[in-house]
Design a protein around this ligand. Structure first.
Ligand code: SAH
Length: 396
């Protein structure tokens, strides 16, 4: 018999609106004892069936919904249906934008909470973030093998959020051959090397694809500073857009080494590309004190906010780097600036930029707004799925 979670009175509202999470405080009691990750039925206080979900005993998000259909079992046929539903959006993107790498499954937004699957060429990279996703690993892998018989599958579930779910960190080959140390992929006509085994996330920041493309439009004849460059996607974009020079800054030497190779791989003039292993916060201050000037600055920092308590500190961090960047721009220069913190609302980020402009004593025009690329959709009932936001700011 499937274990039942009975919600406290009135706590079914978010589920009726199809938000896929059940918080611990919403549960009145459980009927039966579920194993970690096992499939349970969620019912309202009257015992009426609401959803089929995965049990996460160690997390504040105590259950995540797999299905809203009472007659749907969670098995490999279920995962095949979800994969088949996700694929058309990606097919369309791949054809439209000439690319071979994309997020195939974006967790909750593709109806699979806790599951991230990125495709790089013929490699599928799996990241299982929740107890339920881990519990279903065999069914999911079997579904992937059926839908993508020609693809190798690699596990990058070595992410610390798994600890909150009581799961160990795992990594390695699941199916087929191991990815090469550096796999060349295509993004909007750029060739980029991806380190699936050791790179950040699943190897590459696919979510910034559209912003990188936009950078080409802004880069002509510019002296560019690319902050938090990782493997240099924005640097290659700026060079393709005709910049005169681009300096990429990151604390990771491994990332900078790949960035350098990416410039060469695209046949671009390596004399125009510079790479600095440094702390962006420190470097921006040094540049300001030395009177350095740029025409275009890309500011794509890592996530500053992991929980609500860190929001105030993160606001100061965002304001600081953006104020410094504005001060480094020649009049009329452009700042392309991003926040990938899901807990940072777009409006607040825009307000921080406005405050930074005041402190920098510069007038700033918002020219364009960015979001995560279309293979990272946002489900209407789960707005938390939208985490990346950015602005093109013209600094007068
Ligand atoms: N713009 C990149 C993605 C950036 S991810 C792209 O388009 O692919 C954030 C990067 O910031 C990581 O590569 C990380 O190594 C780097 N980083 C984190 N803290 C840093 C700091 N204080 N100074 C410089 N780089 C930092």
């Amino acid at each position: 018999m499937t274990v039942r979670l009975i919600l406290a009175k009135g706590r079914e509202k978010s589920l009726l609106r199809r938000h896929p999470w059940v918080f611990s405080g919403a549960i009145a009691h459980t009927e039966g004892k579920a194993q970690r990750g096992e499939t349970v039925d969620v019912c309202d206080s009257q015992g009426k069936w609401l959803a089929r979900a995965a049990w996460s005993p160690d997390s504040q998000i105590r259950a995540r919904v797999w299905s809203w259909q009472p007659d749907e079992s969670i098995d490999s046929a279920f995962f095949i249906r979800r994969l088949q539903a996700a694929q058309p959006l990606r097919d369309w993107l791949a054809v439209r934008d000439d690319l071979d790498s994309y997020r195939l499954i974006a967790g909750e937004s593709d109806g699979l909470p806790g599951v991230t699957i990125d495709r790089f060429g013929s490699f599928l990279v799996l990241q299982l973030l929740s107890a339920g996703a881990e519990y279903q690993r065999p069914a999911l892998v079997s579904a992937l093998q059926q839908c993508y018989p020609d693809c190798a599958i690699y596990d990058r579930s070595d992410v610390s959020v798994r600890k909150k779910e009581g799961l160990p960190l795992t990594q390695g080959v699941i199916v087929g051959e191991a990815p090469p140390p550096l796999l060349p992929v295509t993004e909007h006509g750029m060739k980029l090397l991806v380190d699936i085994q050791n790179g950040h996330k699943t190897g590459y920041y696919l979510d910034q694809r559209d912003s990188r493309l936009a950078t080409r439009r802004y880069a002509r004849d510019c002296r560019v500073l690319n902050c938090f460059s990782y493997t240099g996607g924005f640097a290659v974009s700026a060079l393709m857009g005709g910049c005169t020079a681009v300096t990429s800054v990151d604390t990771s030497q491994a990332a900078l080494d790949i960035a350098r190779q990416n410039v060469a791989l695209n046949g671009l003039d390596s004399a125009k590309a510079h790479f600095l292993r440094d702390d962006v916060f420190k470097l921006l201050r040094n540049y300001r004190d030395n009177g350095e000037k740029f025409d275009l600055i890309v500011m794509d920092p890592p996530k500053f906010v992991e929980n609500k308590n860190q929001l105030a500190g993160a606001c100061r961090g965002y304001k600081d780097i953006n104020m410094l960047a504005m001060q480094l721009l020649n009049p009329g220069g452009m700042l392309l600036t991003f926040s990938c913190s899901g807990l940072m609302p777009t409006e607040l980020f825009q307000k921080i930029l406005a405050d930074a402009a005041i402190d920098a004593q510069r007038d700033v025009q918002f020219i364009e707004q960015f979001r995560q690329a279309a293979d990272h959709p946002v489900l209407a009932s789960y707005p938390e799925g939208g985490y990346l936001k950015g602005f093109a700011c013209r600094v007068l």
